[in-house]
Design a protein around this ligand. Sequence first.
Ligand code: HEM
Length: 460
Amino acid sequence: MTSPHQPGAAPPPGCPAHAAPPQQYAPAQPDAQTPVKLYGPDFAADPHRIYAHLRQYGALAPVEIAPEVTAMLVTDYRAALDLLHDDATWSKDSREWMTTVPPDSPVMPMLMWRPNIFYADGPAHVRYRDVVVDSFKLVEPHELRARVQRATDSLIQRFGAHGEVDLIADYARLIPLLMFNNLFGLPDSYSDRLISAIGGMLDGNSPEEAAAANEAYTGYIMELVGAKKAQRGPDLTSWFMDHPHALNDEELIHNVILTMGAGNEPLANLIGNALARMLSDDRYYNTLSGGALTAHDAINEVLWNDPPLTNYSAHYPVRDVFFHGTWVRKGQLVMVSYAAANSQFDTTARTGPGSGGGSHLSWAAGPHACPVKRHALLIATTAIERLTAWLSDIELAVDPATLQWRNGAFHRALVALPARFTPITPDQAGATPWHNRDSAPTSSTRSAATSTGRQPASAR
Ligand code: HEM
């Protein structure tokens, strides 16, 4: 253990990280160390270049995650583990910190305290976490796989005849929402409401649009909870309600909202980032017709290199603390860069693609590590396998070097992933919903006019 906590030690005189935490919102003081921006086009284009720069500060570096919102970012693997496992020093409760930042900051939805699993410590956290973990345990893996297949087939049905698709907007971003609508217990006819509400919150171009989407989402959740109060079913909402820890109504609603929110973006980005890797890398090309590297390998590569949640695990020390060489003041925001920590981990010890696991931090670690990892992996793997099984000659419609990443400190997310494939049409017989319009396409049947020039592995 390398964590040099010195709870009783005095801060060094003039330490910029040591101003007393203000009680009311007051703009951050200018820092001796200029914080490095974790948002904007430079960071989105090449985050690993920024992480390499941040490492010069030591295990923690000063960053700005939005205008007027600074944090310390842990980039060191060992320090990340020490923080994530030490819940006596580090709290998830953001209430004191919230008084120090602009209330309308765009990072507030990711950091604002609510009575749910994310922001709770100690016994309160265990109580909420039991509800989530025990309820997800009741979702049988084979049943989950069948539900994912139904969801993916319904999406492929929407664009299969077009021969082209944006795999982010029309596939990866929709799968978590279809799955949550189903797993939390509403009929498929409700899924479009969830899609337009959450899509509106992400895309809202004006405060009015964002507020309308937020209202639509609240309406959806209230209807969901109302329906399950009236009649329980074999679903997560009912299992949350009937858990022996007996959540009250407010806790129930917040934990349903949190669970959907916690899973939505990371799951979409895990699917999207893995698809981008598969379609950009010749080692996967043959996989589409039964070859070398698999969806599982692509997901593993993403978890090591492009974690969907890239910087998070927001924590606040309960007292001034000297942590891995840096003073952190009580209540100051400290986040973990899973991406930076993973990349610094001794690459020779990585299990790497094809190995099926490893010690990356992309699910975090310690008491707040993702409790739904197995379900998320199964959903992502099935979604990718299903897509590439139906559209076996799918390929990128643009040069991989031109793919754009979304701005923002928390997520590693593509703006779009345009792809094309030989169109397919619904099969009237219905047992398998699709068949190819012509003979079954293979990766080498695409015409020269549209080909990106890739060759199946066997031809190289
Ligand atoms: C079905 C999809 C998912 C659901 C329902 C879900 C749910 C959750 C929940 C409820 C938490 C809070 C745990 C706690 O505070 O004790 C959490 C944490 C976390 N999840 Fe997931 N998750 C999903 C997918 C993912 C994916 C795909 C990733 C990325 C690989 C991911 C990464 C994380 C991380 C890093 C944390 C810790 C965050 C923090 O403490 O700040 N999750 N997840």
